[in-house]
Design a protein around this ligand. Structure first.
Ligand SMILES: Nc1ncnc2c1ncn2[C@@H]1O[C@H](COP(=O)(O)OP(=O)(O)OP(=O)(O)O)[C@@H](O)[C@H]1O
Ligand SMILES: [Mg+2]
Length: 306
């Protein structure tokens, strides 16, 4: 059985400044620490899936700068197949992140090479769709490219998972191509116009989103867990209790574990439980990619049916 995962998505260098406090407009705040980490939702989800043992192919673009080499090396080190990562002229995608001592942040994103991840580049990688079971995609690459990836997934019989972040309006045509959509509460509110702040409102929003196309909707709700709504039923997935250290990449760990479990043929609601365990593990550790759990770590906190 095919168990591979294709990720069509973004890859960024995260430039993180840890500061005593956030600067005001026009102000300089000194006394910071700097670190550069690989990031981008697409790359994070690809690394997360590879760490969970799935053969994973990443479709995306890096720039012809030294960050591009750094990002590629990071993906390869994690075991992600980079045969379809293209180096394009210009800078790599970059997120400039200020984090204050209290945890508040400010983020500026320059799309860079990610805007070169065109439908043509995805279509050129058509053969990887025939060897995989699940497509993961997000909204940090051009929306036409996301649509092209979803179309290829549909015609090749893959299960598709769309993490609609950063959220934007999606056409009915595009939503009709999605099997699983995994917004957080804010994104679900934005997509449905229903203010999602509790299980009841999550249930309402999930039903509305399902009527817009996707067969299964999973609304992630931070430390509360997630609301699952699909043909199997409507259930609350309670988050395992952990000491929250850094919530960065919780959603990426969640989506990747969902993808890996589904690729293994796991029942969707069980796959969502496994995803919640992966999200909790990511929250209990610092950083984005460094916090993503391995298969062994996940198996210690939740029963894996494969
Ligand atoms: N504090 C926490 N304790 C336990 N589990 C958590 C916690 N925060 C998040 N999770 C798990 O991770 C999942 C995804 O988290 P969240 O809803 O915050 O996603 P998100 O806002 O999309 O995050 P991201 O910015 O990483 O994309 C949750 O559904 C939950 O299962
Ligand atoms: Mg998210």
């Amino acid at each position: 059985m095919k168990k591979g995962i294709v990720v069509a998505g973004s890859i960024n260098i995260d430039m993180v400044f840890s500061l005593p406090r956030l600067p005001l407009l026009g102000e300089t705040v000194s006394g910071g620490r700097f670190a550069a980490h690989p990031g981008g939702k697409g790359a994070n989800q690809a690394v997360a899936a590879a760490r969970l043992g799935a053969p994973t192919v990443f479709l995306g673009c890096v720039g012809e700068d030294s960050w591009g080499d750094f990002l590629l090396a990071g993906l390869q080190q994690a075991g992600v197949d980079c045969s379809y990562v293209t180096k394009v002229p210009g800078p790599s995608g970059c997120a400039g992140i200020y984090v204050a001592a209290g945890g508040e942040n400010m983020i500026a994103v320059a799309t860079g090479a990610n805007s070169h991840t065109t439908p043509e580049k995805v279509i050129r990688a058509r053969e990887v769709f025939s060897t995989a079971r699940v497509l993961m995609t997000q909204l940090e690459i051009p929306v036409e490219t996301v649509a092209a990836a979803l179309e290829l997934a549909k015609s090749a019989g893959l299960i598709s998972i769309l993490d609609p972040a950063p959220v934007k309006a999606l056409t009915p045509e595009m939503l009709s191509l999605v099997d699983y959509i995994t917004p957080n509460a804010l994104e679900a509110s934005e997509l449905t116009g229903i203010d999602v702040h509790c299980w009841n409102t999550a249930d309402q929003a999930a039903r509305k989103l399902r009527s817009m196309g996707p067969e299964t909707v999973i609304i992630t709700m931070g430390k509360q867990g997630a609301f699952f709504s699909g043909p199997q039923g409507h259930v609350r997935i309670l988050a395992p209790r952990v000491v929250a250290v850094d919530s960065t990449a919780a959603g990426d760990a969640f989506n990747a574990a969902l993808a890996v479990a589904l690729a293994q043929g796991t029942e969707p609601d069980i796959a969502a439980d496994i995803a919640a365990a992966a999200g909790a593990l990511a929250v209990s550790r610092a950083g984005a990619q460094p916090s993503l759990p391995t298969l062994e770590e996940l198996a210690q906190v939740v029963k894996l049916p494969w």
